[in-house]
Design a protein around this ligand. Sequence first.
Ligand code: CA
Length: 246
Amino acid sequence: MSAVRVLVVEDEASFADALQVGLAREGFEVNVVHDGAAALEAFDRCPVDLVLLDLMLPKLSGVDVCREIRTKSTVPIIMVTARSEEIDTVVGLEVGADDYVTKPYRLRELVARMRAVLRRVDTPSSLPDSEGPVGIDEDVPNAGRVQVGNVVVDRDRHEVIVEGAVVPIPLREFELLAFLMENAGRVLTRDVLIDHIWGYDYVGDTKTLDVHMKRIRTRVEKDPKNPNLIVTVRGVGYKVERLTPS
Ligand code: CA
């Protein structure tokens, strides 16, 4: 298997150098750029499996870079911030980042987060693009496909289809929606959802889950404020109702 390609966007030389050396030692193929504009240029030029994105950057902020990448790709993005630059976690997640690391961090911690995000996407790094898993099983054409109401989640194609139209969705939201839909009719507790998506060792704000749900609802619900597909079970968790296609 070829190395996982990481685009590191970091303007501070000390961090950039440490990441270049440290991540290469961990077996990653590292491309470092130092500002937001260069990040987008590099992203368009060479396919990558993961983007490590500093928040405060010259030319274009990490938030802008993230937002721009999300218009064309579901590649995993980990945002990096310094404590002094504290951005609301929610902002980072709303622009489509998959995870979040605060400086200073240990390389070991960062690598663990990177591997966790990559495990979830499970994209062979030899693919010409990193748009999602392929390898559709010809014998079982609809194996990874679930439909509830007028929403279809297709794991093989990594697609969400609402009323017949493909809706772009970041990786984590996709995973959450797929997991809920595959368990339609069952209430999934907050703990179960967080464990499934972020891992049992997730330490962080549980508000993150609600932010993701809110985002998913804006993509799949007719009226996100009065959802009829994904319902909140107060004090417990969430449930996808068993709707029939209309
Ligand atoms: Ca910076």
